[in-house]
Design a protein around this ligand. Structure first.
Ligand SMILES: NC(=O)c1ccc[n+]([C@@H]2O[C@H](COP(=O)([O-])OP(=O)(O)OC[C@H]3O[C@@H](n4cnc5c(N)ncnc54)[C@H](OP(=O)(O)O)[C@@H]3O)[C@@H](O)[C@H]2O)c1
Length: 356
């Protein structure tokens, strides 16, 4: 859990410095007359400065240092904090490609587009997205990262090292970095962020492209010791993209092989079903709609009925009927084995990509 140093402005204009693990709760205590003896009877109370520290010891040292400051220096600290807050956005996205762009859309929905800033190597791409969503485009990667509480790194895995090392000097302890790169571990990325003076929190997610329409399946792993509030803030930003689940980092490559790569295994299946439909006389457009809607419905049956897919399959197959004839044809052609091998191959490739 993180620790905070805070400064309160009391109703009579005096300043009170304290430290806590939960600023909101402590501020409510001061405001309700249950805080420090000093603040009692001096309400109303406003939190005018807060600074996150890695642990209690660091917070106590910082509290003592701030208490030693003269009042004008404390006021300068408060003014600089207010200025930073005025300019600070909630989220920055570095890279607005196939996967970054849907996540920008989700964050704009969750936070309001005015809280989101983006950059992309080809600036025109970021500008077109910003035009559509209403968010801002930053001058460059560093200025985007410096002005956001949560910084999403949405470049290809092989570009991540360069981007992380470029951004490290402008990142601070109050920020959270989120990598969406397949294969790259938190430990590896943490090493690339070593240039940060005060290390930011670090989270890794694995989204998939249906996030673009709010039907994504996303996994999240955070470094041990990441404050719960930081993780929840990232989850809230991603919620409009779909279902977000926390998993152990060791499962990330496996998750990615199923859910990250999975859409590319399902699209050819839908296309092939439609080809079959055309072969037996359906117009192409209709065949595609029927196949896609059927896959959508079947997936919803698995999720909503709670039944095993084998049982749902059995419920469609009547003895000597047409469905079981089709199932037998799939089995003869190694359908299930092909799907299993697709996931396994993707998993191994994820592991290879993670070896940097
Ligand atoms: N695609 C998926 O289904 C999927 C699923 C899960 C996770 N991911 C992860 O998502 C990440 C991005 O993949 P993607 O498919 O979105 O790739 P992509 O479409 O190529 O997007 C990457 C974007 O990053 C930009 N970029 C490259 N270097 C940059 C830099 N130095 N500064 C700023 N922007 C830079 C590129 O700009 P340009 O316009 O100049 O090329 C491009 O728009 C990868 O790490 C991947 O592992 C992807």
């Amino acid at each position: 859990m993180g620790w905070w140093v805070y400064i309160l402005r009391c109703g009579d204009g005096t300043l009170y410095t304290g430290s806590t693990s939960d600023v909101e709760r402590r501020a409510a205590a001061h405001a309700g007359g249950r805080g420090a003896k000093y603040t009692r009877g001096r309400g109303p109370i406003a939190v005018v400065y807060r600074e996150e520290c890695p642990d209690k010891g660091a917070a106590l040292r910082r509290e003592a240092a701030i208490k030693k400051l003269k009042r004008p220096d404390k006021l300068n600290l408060i003014a600089a904090y207010a200025e930073r807050r005025r300019n600070m956005k909630k989220a920055a996205f570095i890279g607005t490609g196939n996967m970054g762009a849907p996540l920008v859309g989700a964050a704009c929905k969750a936070l309001g587009a005015e809280q989101v800033v983006i950059t992309n190597r080809t600036r025109a791409k970021a500008e077109a997205l910003a035009e559509r969503l209403g968010c801002a485009v930053a001058e460059d990667n560093r200025s985007a990262a410096a002005q956001a509480e949560v910084v999403f790194l949405c470049v290809k895995p092989q570009m991540l090292r360069g981007v992380a090392e470029e951004l490290a000097p402008v990142l601070g302890a109050g920020q959270t970095v989120v990598s969406i790169a397949a294969g790259l571990t938190l430990e590896t990325i943490r090493g690339w962020l070593a240039g940060a003076e005060e290390p930011p929190a670090l989270v890794r997610i694995m989204p998939n492209t249906p996030a673009a329409i709010g039907r994504g399946m996303l996994a999240l792993s955070a470094e041990a010791g990441t404050p719960e509030a930081r993780i929840q803030a990232v989850e809230a930003m991603l919620a409009p993209a779909g279902l977000v689940e926390r998993i152990a980092e060791g499962q990330m490559d496996a998750f990615s092989a199923v859910a990250g790569c999975g859409p590319a295994f399902v699209y050819p299946f839908i296309e092939a079903l439609a080809d079959g439909g055309v072969l037996v006389g359906l117009p192409r457009g209709q065949a595609m709609t029927y196949a896609a809607q059927m896959v959508l419905g079947a997936a919803a049956m698995v999720l909503e009925s709670g039944k095993h897919p084998g049982q749902l399959k059995d419920e469609v197959c009547s003895p000597g009927g047409s469905t079981i004839a089709g199932v037998a044809a799939l089995e003869q052609n190694g359908f299930r084995s092909a799907a299993i091998q697709a996931v396994q191959a993707a998993y191994h490739r994820n592991q290879e990509l993670g070896k940097v």
